[in-house]
Design a protein around this ligand. Structure first.
Ligand code: SF4
Length: 360
């Protein structure tokens, strides 16, 4: 009886989420020069989400239509990845993942199509082999593009539109010119959506100047080029989303949809975004000077986790409805205008000192 009441209460107060992002692994087979996995490799927490923990979150899938299997790692490395996909699909969910494309052999491509995976995001950091392979060490541009072409052939054979492929292009000062090649590349590989994003978590000081929002002298050039590409994309029926180079100190419009989505870390922690994933902060017991830090406006700052609960101990409804989590989400309510001093005093430091909060 008590359990029945608890279940009914949970149902009545459960949220409706645009998606739930699940970090199935923090292992990665690549060594991208800007990624914390590479830069913090000496104390990086490499682990797969145990399948038992994944089973524990199944009751919460009812909150959402889309489960995105992605965190700080390459999801296709998880030995139970396809079982996780099947579980979600059996419950009628849409499933997405972002991959570096290096594990998409014939068998994997066929399984992704056969299981009717809905979205595959493919990460790029250049539109030529030289540039992409330089920034995304351990990956190979030609191999990634060949996989996409093969995927299109398999989809055509099976007469399906799915998985839909989205290109996720990381814009850097050194690869920005090549973004002009992204639409021909999208056309060639049958891609209908491209997202161009900024380097927002800067851990290596040498990369700070690579963030296009730090190259303020050329802000107009970046903005105009992005607009031109967007217009061209629209005329070709390709969706082109981008995060421009402009920063707005007073902005509270975090790119991460924190009001209507959440991330579940490899350990089951519920966090608003991957930047507040406690996995990033492992090693906090290290000596001063060795602790994980990031760079914001020229300052070194500690990485801070922001877990609101853990699905191993509480339901997602309980976690989502906690006062502190509700208060946190309200800080990003576009209907509530806040003065700068309110933003700085009310928001957690992780968000005040985050380029995504500034609109990057
Ligand atoms: S502002 Fe930054 S740290 Fe805060 S929720 Fe958004 S992405 Fe995460």
């Amino acid at each position: 009886m008590l359990q029945w009441v608890k279940t009914q209460l949970d149902k009545m107060t459960s949220p409706t989420l645009d998606w739930v992002q699940v970090e199935v692994t923090t292992h990665c087979n690549a060594a991208c020069c800007y990624c914390p996995h590479t830069i913090m490799k000496n104390h990086w927490a490499n682990r797969h989400m145990p399948i038992d923990l994944f089973h524990e979150l199944l009751p919460f899938l009812k909150y959402t239509d889309l489960v995105y299997l992605q965190g700080w790692g390459e999801p296709l490395l998880h030995h139970d990845f396809f079982e996780m996909v099947s579980i979600c699909k059996d419950r009628g969910k849409r499933v997405g993942l972002t991959t570096n494309g290096m594990l998409m052999g014939e068998d994997t491509l066929r399984r992704l199509v056969g299981l009717e995976v809905d979205i595959i995001g493919l990460s790029l950091a250049g539109a030529t082999s030289k540039t992409h392979n330089h920034f995304r060490k351990g990956t190979d541009f030609h191999q990634v593009i060949s996989c996409l072409e093969r995927l299109e052939q398999i989809k055509a054979q099976k007469k399906t539109q799915f998985p839909e492929v989205h290109l996720a292009y990381l814009m850097l000062k050194s690869n920005f010119r090549e973004l002009q090649e992204i639409l021909p590349l999208a056309r060639k590989t049958g891609v209908r959506q491209v997202v161009a994003s900024n380097l927002t978590l800067i851990i290596d000081p040498k990369l700070a100047s690579e963030a296009i929002f730090n190259d303020t002298r050329r802000a107009d050039y970046y903005e105009n080029t992005l607009k031109e590409i967007k217009d061209q994309a629209a005329s070709e029926d390709i969706v082109f989303d981008y995060h421009g180079p402009g920063l707005d100190e007073h902005c509270t419009d975090c790119r991460e949809n924190v009001r209507h989505a959440c991330v579940i870390s490899v350990d089951g922690d519920v966090v608003p975004c991957v930047l507040t994933n406690p996995v990033l902060c492992e090693g906090h017991e290290l000596a001063e000077g060795q602790r994980p830090r990031y760079i914001f406006k020229g300052q070194f700052l500690p990485l801070r986790g922001m877990p609101f609960g853990n699905i191993g101990h509480e339901t997602l409804t309980q976690i989502w409805n906690k006062k502190e989590y509700a208060r946190f989400r309200d800080l990003f309510d576009p209907a509530i205008r806040r003065k700068p001093e309110q933003i700085w005093s009310q928001m957690p430091k992780s968000c005040v000192q985050c380029y995504k909060r500034l609109g990057a």
